[in-house]
Write a protein that binds this ligand. Structure first.
Ligand code: URA
Ligand code: SF4
Length: 183
């Protein structure tokens, strides 16, 4: 664990801890406000993210930006990252060993940011952060407190592209988050 961003960023450059290093163009560490109270964790970079080296800049990201606007979240004031920092081939889910290999970076990011609230975007984020026993359908929209951090599991923005009705849940969950931020 590093106690500063410079060393953490240096340590991830050229990372070859898992097989996802083989096909990536860029490592997507994350972006945003490093002294925020509110963090978002997705699954892993897609094609657009891999090319640009930034999280949630493709279709799902655009949808997330629109939802942020709707509920009044300023993207620049939060921090956004993923479970794995390199793109899984053809956007498959990260394998368990890949997620495990990468999780140290995320833990370090959380330690440096010290968020009060973490939004878990989809099943991969939920299971890797809170445990495999959690399911997204049962857990979404419900606060879970662990070690002083409040977690809000919700749908992954890409799921909203496939199922319009999930947009309503997603906006509802984000509104919950905005309300809690006021307390
Ligand atoms: N999907 C994710 O889970 N993360 C991204 O950064 C982009 C799409
Ligand atoms: Fe390293 Fe994570 Fe990329 Fe795997 S996904 S190579 S652990 S940075």
């Amino acid at each position: 664990m590093y106690d500063n961003w410079e060393q953490l960023e240096e340590s991830i450059k050229n990372c070859k801890k898992c097989r996802l290093c083989q096909n990536r163009n860029n490592i997507v560490l994350g972006e945003g406000n490093k002294s925020t109270k509110l963090m978002f964790i997705g699954e892993g970079p897609g094609a657009d993210e891999d090319i640009q080296g930034r999280p949630f800049v493709g279709k799902a990201g655009k949808l997330m930006n629109m939802a942020f606007e709707t509920v009044g979240i300023d993207r620049e004031k939060v921090y956004i990252t993923n479970i794995v920092k390199c793109r899984p081939p053809s956007n498959r889910n990260p394998e368990n060993d890949e997620a495990m290999a990468c999780l140290d970076y995320l833990r370090n990011q959380v330690i440096l940011i010290k968020p009060e609230i973490i939004v878990l975007l989809g099943s991969v984020a939920l299971k890797n952060i809170l445990g495999q026993e959690y399911g997204i359908t049962a857990s979404r929209g419900k606060w879970i407190e662990k070690k002083g951090i409040f977690y809000m599991p919700t749908w992954h923005p890409a799921a909203l592209l496939r199922d319009e009705t999930k947009k309503i849940d997603f906006i509802k969950d984000l509104k919950e988050v905005v309300e809690k931020m006021k307390n």
